[in-house]
Design a protein around this ligand. Sequence first.
Ligand code: FAD
Length: 337
Amino acid sequence: MERVLFLAHTEPDGRLGKAALETLPAALALGGETVIGLVGPSTAPAADQIAACGAVRFLAVEGAEFAVSRYATDRQAVEALCRESAATLILAPHSSRWVRALPGVSARLNGRVDTHATAISVVNEVPAVTRWFYRQRMEGVLTRAQRPWFVLLEPGCHPAWTGPGGCAALELLRVEPATRTIVTGLRASQAGEQTIRPDAPLLFVAGAGWTKKQADGVAHVEEAERLILDMLRASGASLGGSKSLVDLSGEGQAVLACMTHLNQIGQTGSTPRHPKGLSTCCHGEEPHVVGWRFITERRAINLDPNCGWARGKADVLYVADAFAVVREVNRLLEPRP
Ligand SMILES: Cc1cc2nc3c(=O)[nH]c(=O)nc-3n(C[C@H](O)[C@H](O)[C@H](O)COP(=O)(O)OP(=O)(O)OC[C@H]3O[C@@H](n4cnc5c(N)ncnc54)[C@H](O)[C@@H]3O)c2cc1C
């Protein structure tokens, strides 16, 4: 029987975020004894949030030094939690903070780590991790003999824990933070508006067509940017882009300032998870569409009835001018007095 450690860091509001709450039921479903391990400036609100989850112990490392994502201090905190819990299996949300710290801890404890897991279950009494390989083209299920085994679970793969709160009996571990690294602040990779919203119900993808000459013989990049941003604001959608569009800036062409390489969807971009996706002015070529693997319902707007989306890649293809469609959608989404 595994001894499972559910490992989470707190969010700026002191509580657990959605990805952590999704990971908790996956940890509990493994059976056996689950220990909670929390890291943050103060961890009681997070522990109380999940007090009724049935864990056998609530361990925490807390203090101002553990408020920020920093390898040195996160490594110390996690190592202490692992040693105290004597966990054989450590399940954590796939946050950028844990991805940075946990592989190092795994090496220090002579364990193994698997990132990008999409599920974990017990098969023949052995924990088995599911993840995708080769840019989301193949799904594999793997087990490991080495312990401790660290597994980072991707967000959006498991229903979040919704049980009642309470008052957890929190055990604080003493860790003297030792680091030469001072975190002076965070610099966003994007200068303008935040357009990547992993939890949005809709993925809105813009392709290079938005910057191409239109029926009147000229490009309308400024209008394109305005329409796209208005659409994002009104719908709360997350913005994705095709590689051709995000690469344009490097070629010195007129570009959408709201679009960076972080927005790129596809084989050499990201593979986000959203219930719905709407592609606009994007041809729907395979290296792009492979990034839509986890989009449940797919729709596309393209002038070309023969585009890639028409060949079984979209559930619905609107053969239409995306400028006209998005203009009208924005009008309908406008708040009414
Ligand atoms: C190894 C490799 C990896 C790659 N990885 C990726 C990747 O990760 N992501 C990715 O996106 N691509 C990737 N590509 C590139 C991919 O193959 C395509 O070249 C790219 O996706 C095309 O982008 P696009 O559809 O925006 O542009 P285009 O092919 O130029 O298509 C523009 C589309 O806009 C439509 N259009 C124009 N005006 C309008 C309008 N007013 N209304 C509606 N539709 C309009 C046109 O009909 C056209 O279909 C990769 C390629 C290779 C070789």
